[in-house]
Design a protein around this ligand. Structure first.
Ligand code: NDP
Length: 796
């Protein structure tokens, strides 16, 4: 054995294994295998198929676990539906007591859960003990608080019902907590499917639910594989799906839930930039990189896996990094001095290896330290790839392993361009001693979380989630809770949508609405880039009133018109950067001009829809009020500064999506249009609006108001035509970041399916009472923005 005086010379770490006796004993008690946890009881493991769960660090079998079938899912959903009746009726305080009890019991079992997690997943005990499990308890405590406060803080909302939750293997218990805690706080019940590689802490959690006295059926856990998850996604009794995992499966789930009315939140992959400027504290940045990409073996959706370093300091940083890599310890996850544990499975190990080989083939320089490696088990050396081209495979796909790829940049603009050169948008880390520069870059990066001079910080009080193909919806914080609530008026208004008109370019056989002899025939064109534009097709269709008279002509827009509108919107990016005050002024101006031309719009509504004079006047007046409402709100949809960690400010910014598509309803052709366009503009988005196909002329008259109200060119485009087709084109366009569809035939199903390619959030649904106060307010502003959390540490 080494003498202490020698150790003090070398500072070598000796072995420091964590005992796993308690876990071995617990697994021994479950030697016959684990059944599903349904209605507060474990099902009989002897019934049905099962699969083996192994320890990736040594290949040892840990347990046998039931393979969930559609029947199992069905029974679990039925149990959750039964439990929902009473759970959702409990007062917030009563639910808070349950969540508090869960948090306490998790804390009392923290060492047990940490060791079990490390054995099941392969992550170092240091991380499961100091990061995963404390955050699990924190989530339950935080949401015990929300359960208590929900009635006063989120009035007018109710739980969704039964939530189906599907989680991956990288943070098994933490992902469970991120899903279950907010769902329960909001009054929902859940059926959760853990990943097949790592179901054991979820099963231990099931036992904790019993131990803590959680009512039966509130939490149900069905183990299994992809098909089990698919059965849960497809189950008609489920009101919401929350998924974390790969973008590919996220797409499958988007398609599978399209048109079902299920709420959906997707937390998917990432390829997050780690940007180091030449004035950064390089030693800190190196430690940051260790936490960014070698934490959890790099199996982290928000891992800082793309190092972007300013050219002048690149070689210096790489040298420091290589030296630090040489001191990383790869090995037994249960050893307290291990930095990098085992990758979750042999499949994942092979995937990482093949991607690194591909990087080499594509010309990258690969560095791996010469450090001891365990003789067996799923281990991968920490890897640095330099000289990587931005378009190469390793720079673009999520490797999900301990592999860092590095590129250089010269200017902050170039850094931002490289950072945003990805289809993902989950997280970013910015390193500079210049706070002005850091915040500027943070604001310009398209990602849900940005850490300044820090990385991989999480807290239950701050929402977490992505932009673009990293998914939508947030977990944690206030915004995370809304994912598990629906407004009381959330159900579509009763009534049947009228059959869609067939839009035909042939001359109408209907007689025209009588026009006064001095009126000049006016053709409504499209409105693109601040100008009236003929439709690309060259076709128009007759707009026919309910009385069967032709009220005018509108253009038949097509894909090219949508593309032109998006191009014009892309050039109008300053709109989001304008002050909210400035946007408010323009909205007030629109309202002023609408008021001045109220009579004209009333006449249009009457001739087009056959509305009475009173109803037309009411709709125009409501449209003016609504425009005022959002002008007033433009500078009041504030973000927040969250109370997360000490000596940090966590800024939750409500950022506009960018370019939004709005498909407007037939009911209330003017008020519906205004109700969608105004909140999105107030929030700083640029808009491509598709007016009601049946009654488009109030919206096309509107461009005269836009022209005279100082609305910059490209901020609003109006494309008339067949709404369902145009909605699909907006859904498919990569530059359209979010879509509201209140006007497609047959609901949002087809556009949700079409949106699976780029995974934009889609919101909409059936008929609404647009005159109701429920059709305006914060819900619309929340849907017009996405929260970006910027973490700024302070202190020396
Ligand atoms: P998946 O996305 O396949 O798995 C995530 C969860 O979804 C698991 O519980 C899985 O079940 C389940 N699932 C799989 N298919 C379906 C389906 N059709 N319907 C419903 N649920 C389904 O990730 P993998 O585990 O296969 O990992 C593949 C790659 O994904 C990784 O290499 C990594 O790049 C990325 N990944 C990203 C994560 C992130 O957080 N960003 C997390 C995990 C993986 P089962 O476990 O049985 O397959």
């Amino acid at each position: 054995m080494a003498l202490i005086k020698d150790i003090l010379q070398t500072m070598e770490y000796g072995p420091s294994p964590e005992s796993n006796d308690h876990i071995i004993a617990w697994l021994g008690q479950h030697e016959v295998g684990f059944g599903h946890f349904i209605d507060g009881k474990f099902t009989d493991p002897a019934v049905g198929a099962s699969f083996e769960v192994t320890n990736p660090a040594n290949g040892a079998a840990l347990a046998r676990v039931a393979l969930g079938t559609a029947d199992d899912v069905d029974r679990a959903v039925a149990a959750a539906a039964r439990a929902f009746k009473s759970w959702s009726k409990l007062s917030g305080h009563e639910r808070a007591r349950h969540l508090y009890a869960l948090a306490r019991h998790i804390q009392k079992r923290d060492r047990f859960l940490a060791v079990l997690e490390s054995m099941d997943n392969g992550k170092p005990i240091r991380e499961s003990r100091d990061i995963d499990i404390p955050l699990v308890a924190r989530h339950f405590y935080h949401h015990a608080g929300w359960a208590e406060l929900i009635e006063s803080e989120m009035p007018g909302h109710q739980p969704v019902g039964v939530c189906g939750q599907i989680i991956p293997w990288n943070f098994p218990l933490l992902m469970l907590a991120w899903k279950i805690a907010p769902a329960l706080a909001a009054g929902n019940t859940v059926v959760l499917k853990p990943a097949e590689q790592t179901p054991l802490t979820a099963l231990a959690f099931a036992e904790i639910c019993r131990e803590a006295g959680l009512p039966d059926g509130v939490v149900n856990i069905v183990t299994g594989e992809g098909e089990t998850g698919a059965a849960l996604v497809g189950h008609p009794g489920v009101g919401k799906i929350a998924f974390t995992g790969s973008t590919e499966v996220g797409r499958i789930i988007r398609r599978a839930t399209a048109g079902s009315g299920k709420k959906l939140s997707l937390e998917l992959g990432g390829k997050s930039p780690f940007i180091v400027f030449d004035d950064a504290d390089l030693d800190s940045a190196v430690e940051g990189l260790v936490d960014a990409i070698w934490f959890n073996q790099g199996e982290v959706c928000c891992a800082g896996s793309r190092l972007l370093v300013q050219e002048g300091i690149a070689e210096k940083l790489y040298a420091k990094l290589r030296a630090r890599m040489q001191t990383l310890r790869v090995g037994d996850p249960l050893d307290k001095s291990t930095d990098i544990g085992a990758v979750v499975s042999t499949e994942q190990l092979e995937r990482i290896g093949s991607l690194v080989a591909k990087g080499k083939q594509e010309g990258a320089d690969v560095f791996q330290p010469s450090i001891p490696m365990p003789a067996k088990g799923c281990f991968f050396l920490p890897t640095l790839m330099t000289g990587v081209a931005p378009a190469s495979t390793v720079a673009t796909v999520e490797i999900f392993g301990p592999v860092l790829v590095a590129m250089t940049f010269r200017t902050p603009d170039e850094a931002v361009a490289l950072a945003n050169n990805t289809r993902f948008g989950l997280a970013a880390s910015v390193w500079s001693e210049n706070i002005n520069r850091s915040l500027d870059v943070a604001a310009r990066i398209k990602a849900g979380v940005v850490w300044i001079n820090a990385t991989n910080l999480f807290d239950a009080a701050a929402g977490f989630g992505g932009y673009r193909e990293s998914g939508f919806g947030r977990e944690g914080g206030r915004e995370g809770l809304y994912e598990y609530l629906v407004p009381d008026h959330g159900k579509p208004a009763k009534g049947k949508q009228a059959a869609r008109p067939v839009l035909n370019a042939a001359p109408s056989s209907m007689t025209a609405v009588a026009v006064s002899s001095d009126a000049i025939d006016r053709t409504a064109k499209l409105y693109v880039g601040g100008k009236q534009a003929r439709p690309d097709s060259g076709y128009s269709y007759a707009v026919v009133s309910p009385a069967g008279k032709t009220a005018g002509q509108a253009g038949l827009g097509n894909r090219k018109d949508i593309r032109n509108a998006v191009e014009a919107a892309a050039m109008a990016g300053n709109w989001g950067a304008a002050t909210a005050h400035n946007r408010a002024q323009i909205l007030y101006y629109i309202a002023e001009n609408l008021s001045a031309r109220a009579a004209e719009f009333e006449a249009r509504l009457r001739s087009m829809t056959g509305a009475s004079a009173k109803d037309a006047a009411t709709e125009v007046a409501a449209s003016i009020r609504r425009t005022f409402f959002y002008a007033g709100f433009a500078d009041k949809h504030d973000g927040a500064v969250h109370s997360t960690k000490s000596r940090h400010v966590t800024l939750a910014m409500n950022e506009p999506f960018g370019i939004m598509g709005l498909v407007c309803p037939d009911e209330a052709p003017l008020l519906g249009f205004v109700s969608l366009v105004m909140p999105t503009l107030a929030a700083g988005n640029r808009v491509i609006a598709v007016p009601s196909a049946r009654y488009p002329l109030a919206a096309t008259d509107f461009y005269q108001l836009l022209d005279t109200s100082d609305v910059p060119a490209g901020v609003v485009s109006i494309v008339t035509g067949e709404t369902s087709g145009l909605a699909r084109m907006l859904a498919e366009h990569d530059e359209v970041a979010a879509l509201w569809d209140f006007g497609s035939a047959g609901g949002t199903g087809p556009v949700e399916t079409a949106s699976a390619g780029n995974l934009k959030p889609v919101w909409g649904g059936g008929m609404r009472d647009w005159a109701s106060p429920d059709s305006q307010g914060r819900e619309f502003l929340r849907r017009a923005t996405q929260v970006k959390n910027i973490w700024v540490p302070y202190g020396e």
